[in-house]
Design a protein around this ligand. Structure first.
Ligand code: SAM
Length: 281
């Protein structure tokens, strides 16, 4: 009984020592997970297998790493904070950590190194949520899935259906290139320091069957038209510089607003614009 008590005191002391070692930096989006149950539930959602290639974004002090690193033979943590890295390398001696900005990581290099697609996971720094999503989508040929903790509001946008107020650029792009679903919500009180918003865990399964298309143009059309969200597609595209005469030749119904179009309809429009552009060359 006494030894159990001593062990509990030791564990509590260790946790406080660790927290004292990495003072959270707001500029790095450091809101550390402090709820063991949530960490366990995230790991259950990821459900890592021995031969998975698992890349964790921003392992921080290892709240999630503790449930992941030992479950696969190929764990890799990418972290920018040297203080956190020192701690991670001491705590998880068999895991690999790299000091790098996640947005600079080339997944084709990693996929080649391991000879397999990568599973991405993490309680991500919220100041670059959109950038991380686009980083994954742009490299989707090398990604199996991504399990990411993000702001609840962004999670709702990713999964929003057409004709809702949350439906926007992130909804079109994420649903066109992946199948996103909210696994569960997480209270802001599960983090230290407590952030201003609640969070949610989102599981994205990357689509491997997206037809070839001009991806830059697709994204530009989505951005330009949602930039004028209240206008019809016709007016949004006209403001973006497309000549009226050219727009009148398209078969896509441009009297609608962008929030009424699915990703597939944006693809059809992109292909029509591309064909038109090529025919005018
Ligand atoms: N995974 C830890 C947890 O759940 O407690 C930490 C999560 S904290 C929200 C985000 C982590 O991402 C921090 O450790 C931060 O240092 C790291 N980070 C911030 N910007 C980064 C970047 N550009 N590349 C890699 N890691 C980054």
């Amino acid at each position: 009984m006494l030894s159990l008590l001593l062990l509990a005191v030791l564990v509590i002391l260790c946790r406080f020592t660790i927290i004292a070692m990495v003072v959270p930096k707001k500029s790095l989006g450091q809101n550390f997970l402090r709820d063991e149950n949530i960490a366990r539930n995230i790991a259950a959602e990821i459900d890592p297998k021995r031969d998975d290639i698992l890349l964790e974004i921003g392992p921080g002090m290892g709240a999630l790493t503790a449930h992941l690193a030992g479950t696969t033979d190929h764990y890799l943590g990418i972290e920018v904070d040297t203080r956190a890295l020192e701690l991670l390398r001491t705590r998880f001696q068999n895991a690999e950590f790299l000091r790098q900005d996640i947005l600079d990581v080339r997944l084709d290099d990693l996929a080649r190194r391991f000879g397999s697609k990568i599973r991405v996971a993490g309680n991500i720094p919220y100041y670059i949520t959109s950038e991380i999503l686009f980083w994954i989508i742009d490299q989707r040929a090398h990604v199996l899935d991504a399990v990411l903790m993000m702001q609840l509001e962004v999670a709702r946008r990713l999964t929003a259906k057409p004709r809702t107020k949350e439906y926007g650029i992130l909804s079109v792009v994420s649903q066109f290139y992946s199948i996103p679903s909210i696994a569960f919500r997480v209270s802001r009180n599960s983090f230290f320091p407590v952030p201003a918003v609640d969070s949610a865990l989102v599981h994205l399964t990357l689509r491997q069957d997206v037809p070839a298309h001009n991806e830059q143009l697709f994204r530009r059309v989505v951005r330009d038209t949602f930039g004028k969200r209240r206008k019809t597609m016709f007016n949004g595209l006209r403001y973006a510089g497309y000549p009226e005469e050219a727009l009148k030749q398209l078969t896509t119904d441009l009297t609608r607003r962008p929030e009424e179009l699915s990703g597939e309809e944006f693809l059809k429009l992109t292909n029509e614009l591309e064909t038109l552009r090529n025919s005018q060359k």
